[in-house]
Design a binder for this molecule. Sequence first.
Ligand code: S3P
Length: 200
Amino acid sequence: MIAEPEAGETLTPVPLAERSIVLVGLMGAGKTTVGRRLAKRLDLPFRDADAEIEEAAGETIPEIFERHGEAAFRTGERRVIARLLGSEPHILATGGGAYMDPVTRANIAARGISIWLKADLDVLMKRIGKRGDRPLLQTGDPRATMKRLMDQRYPVYAQADITIESLEGPHDTVVEEILEKLKDYCPDLAGRDNAGQKND
Ligand code: S3P
């Protein structure tokens, strides 16, 4: 379905300053919006794994789920993320299930700095309300489904290098918090912050 090279073995690690910043967390946590803004601040390219999967497949995510099933989507997702992490440092927004895959987790650990955007159920439900096309939430009770995903996934997301509480409020606050935590975690990367130099 997706014309990507096999991911093969996990990627070889690179030094922290040469890594991509990888945003993980549930649907609605703000990974794409925050990722774009962070990329601007750090003057790094932005990549959205879901968009890259759609481009590689020539199908939308709902179409991939419907025509090929979730397992095929996960295989494509694993390959696309391995390819992206093997490329130049960038800011990567991943789909909510990506970090649950052990190979993807290992690749992120080798080539990325992982940041979990942690949000509570009310915030997630409010945010996803704006987009009704997520295949996993096409259930009779999306809120109960989201709660179940939180229970399954939060212990795994907790393995991320940095956790940011993505509470209700402006995404820019989250961006500032990431940059603050990045100062301790990887001063070289945080040092790319161009706040004040641009007026857009
Ligand atoms: C999924 C999240 C979606 C997308 C797919 C599966 C998940 O991405 O990858 O529908 O398993 O949580 P977002 O988190 O960007 O909505």
